[in-house]
Design a protein around this ligand. Structure first.
Ligand SMILES: [Zn+2]
Length: 62
C-alpha cells in the first residue's frame, strides 16, 4: 500500500490551532490551590495560596 497520500504537508499559511496554556486557575474565583491533605483526610476543600501553608493542617502548598 502506498501511504504517500498521508505525507502531504499542510500549507504553511494554514493557521495552526495553538493549545491554550493551562491558566484556568487564574480565572477561578479563589486564587490558589486545594490542600490535598485536607481533601483526602477530611474531604474539605481548603484553598491555599501557592507557596503558603494550609491554614487548617499546615501543609505547605506549592
Ligand atoms: Zn490542609
Amino acid at each position: 500500500m502506498s501511504s504517500s497520500f498521508y505525507n502531504i504537508m499542510p500549507p504553511s499559511s494554514m493557521p495552526i490551532p495553538q493549545p491554550k496554556q493551562a491558566d484556568s486557575d487564574k480565572t477561578m474565583p479563589v486564587p490558589g490551590r486545594r490542600c490535598a491533605a485536607c481533601l483526602l483526610e477530611k474531604g474539605d476543600t481548603v484553598w491555599v495560596i501557592p507557596g503558603n501553608r494550609c491554614p487548617q493542617c499546615g501543609t505547605s502548598v506549592n
